[in-house]
Design a protein around this ligand. Structure first.
Ligand code: ATP
Length: 437
């Protein structure tokens, strides 16, 4: 089984409407994407799986949803205004702009091929700027958040107080972030508007190393538990000179994308950098009072920071399989059931009204429990192939015997095995396999 090419995945994602080009009817907007019916379901399932593992199933992590637009002082204190820069070079011949540290050959323009044509590299700040209120002036300049983390730090004391939390504890948030990337690309891998899933875990500084190791392993395992092939995922420690200014240690979870290993998520030990910065800049004491020790201290922070849109893309790539079944090619997305956009397809064998009527009845009974799809068009084989291609775990077929025996045929996506199941038992049968809906 060879890995799918980049084009294969992009074709599937666009053909099946996982992802559309944003503003397509106007010619599109470079590297901006809209998520279609299947894409939004996949993305929601990825976020839901993250929230469940990071918040719902834990007694030491709570959730937050902070504003995208914050006081600009937040971004001054965090270092983003001064330091959230990428090195920008421009080709003097074709005027293409590139991110210098990501060029394969630093002496050659990848757009026109000319050598030694770059201007000196300059710092380019990645934050999107806009103005709050009706008049655009320097005094009402605001930024779209480039990460969700800072809204967690500024709410550290609010959340600790209302949730009555004691160290160690975490605050999790997911949502949109914006970065004016110099070279977005590789489809939805790097875009200027994207979704992040971040958690800041606050701990006594003495325990930070242990929690760092814990979260590195925990986050690696999360991708494996959701079915990612272990051969396609690895951990990579940052070298000293690669670390962000706030971090003393970082591991990246990397995925083997069609173009090579690249980052899915970073887990960083951010020390007490952020809480200290915000305490100093705001004048509010954000230290934590440790009652047992009778001391005030700045907790250390371990941050697992993942991309939701990027993870969804990686799950899509990883799930893609082709095989030959009875001399015919079959494409199947072997997505974990929790991630599959459609859990059950209900298909009448023909468009005969009495079959369509039973199909409607079966679909109505399943709909409150799982995402289902009813498909009445085309030959049954083609409909199975379409469901395989979008990763639907089960197809329920209503045939002429159903009218006699009140039973349906349930086909398993991965094994293609078929079971005959009474309509009355269908919910229980599917619940055992998909998890109760
Ligand atoms: P890079 O160095 O590749 O620009 P980064 O290391 O600065 O990225 P982080 O700040 O650690 O990225 O962001 C955490 C996660 O958010 C990343 O691992 C990635 O999954 C996601 N992410 C960051 N930038 C983008 C983007 N432009 N498009 C999609 N996802 C992104």
């Amino acid at each position: 089984m060879t890995a799918p090419s980049f084009e294969t995945i992009v074709n599937l994602a666009t053909k099946r409407g996982f992802v559309f080009r944003a503003s397509e009817i106007y010619g599109g907007l470079r590297s901006a994407y809209d998520y279609g019916p299947l894409g939004v379901a996949l993305l929601r399932n990825v976020k839901e799986a993250w929230w469940r593992s990071m918040v719902q199933l834990r007694d030491d992590v709570v959730g937050l949803d902070s504003a995208i637009i914050q006081s600009p002082r937040v971004w001054e204190a965090s270092g983003h205004v001064g330091q959230f820069n990428d090195p920008l070079v421009e080709c003097v011949s074709c005027h293409a702009r590139h991110r210098f540290d990501r060029l394969e050959d630093p002496d050659r323009c990848p757009t026109c091929g000319l050598r030694d044509s770059f201007t000196d590299s300059r710092d380019f700040n990645l934050m999107f700027k806009t103005h709050m209120g009706p008049v655009a002036s320097d005094s009402n300049l605001v930024y779209l958040r480039p990460e969700t983390a800072q809204g967690i730090f500024t709410n550290f004391e609010n959340v600790r107080r209302v949730a009555r939390l004691k160290l160690p504890f975490g605050i999790a948030q997911l949502g949109k972030s914006f970065r004016n990337e110099i070279t977005p690309g590789q489809f939805v891998f790097r875009t200027r508007e994207f979704e992040q899933m971040e958690m800041e875990f606050f701990t006594h500084p003495d325990h930070a190393d242990g929690w760092f190791q814990y979260w590195v392993e925990e986050r690696h395992q999360w991708y494996l538990d959701l079915g990612m092939d272990a051969a396609n995922i690895r951990l990579r420690s940052h070298a000293e000179d690669e670390l962000a200014h706030y971090a003393v240690a970082t591991y990246d979870v990397e995925y083997r994308f069609p173009w090579g290993w690249d980052e899915l998520e970073g887990i960083a030990n951010r020390t007490d950098f952020d809480l200290r910065q915000h305490s100093e800049a705001s004048g509010k004491d954000l230290r934590y009072f440790d009652q047992a020790a009778g001391e005030r201290l700045f907790p250390y922070v371990i941050e697992p920071a993942a991309g939701a849109t990027r993870a969804a893309f990686a799950f899509l790539i990883d799930a893609y399989h082709t095989e030959t079944v009875r001399d015919a090619p079959r494409t199947v997305l072997r997505l974990d059931y929790r991630l599959a956009p459609v859990k059950v397809a209900v298909l009448p064998l023909s468009k005969k009204p009495d079959l369509v009527e039973v199909t409607g009845r079966v679909a109505d009974a399943l709909r409150p429990h799982w995402d289902i799809e009813v498909d009445v068009t085309q030959a049954i084989g083609r409909r199975y192939r379409r469901q395989d291609e979008i990763g639907t775990p089960y197809c329920v077929t209503v045939d002429f015997d159903t009218l006699e025996d009140e039973a349906v045929t349930v086909r398993d996506r991965d094994t293609m095995a078929q079971d005959r199941v009474g309509i009355g038992q269908l919910r229980g049968y599917l619940g055992e396999r998909l998890g109760a809906g």
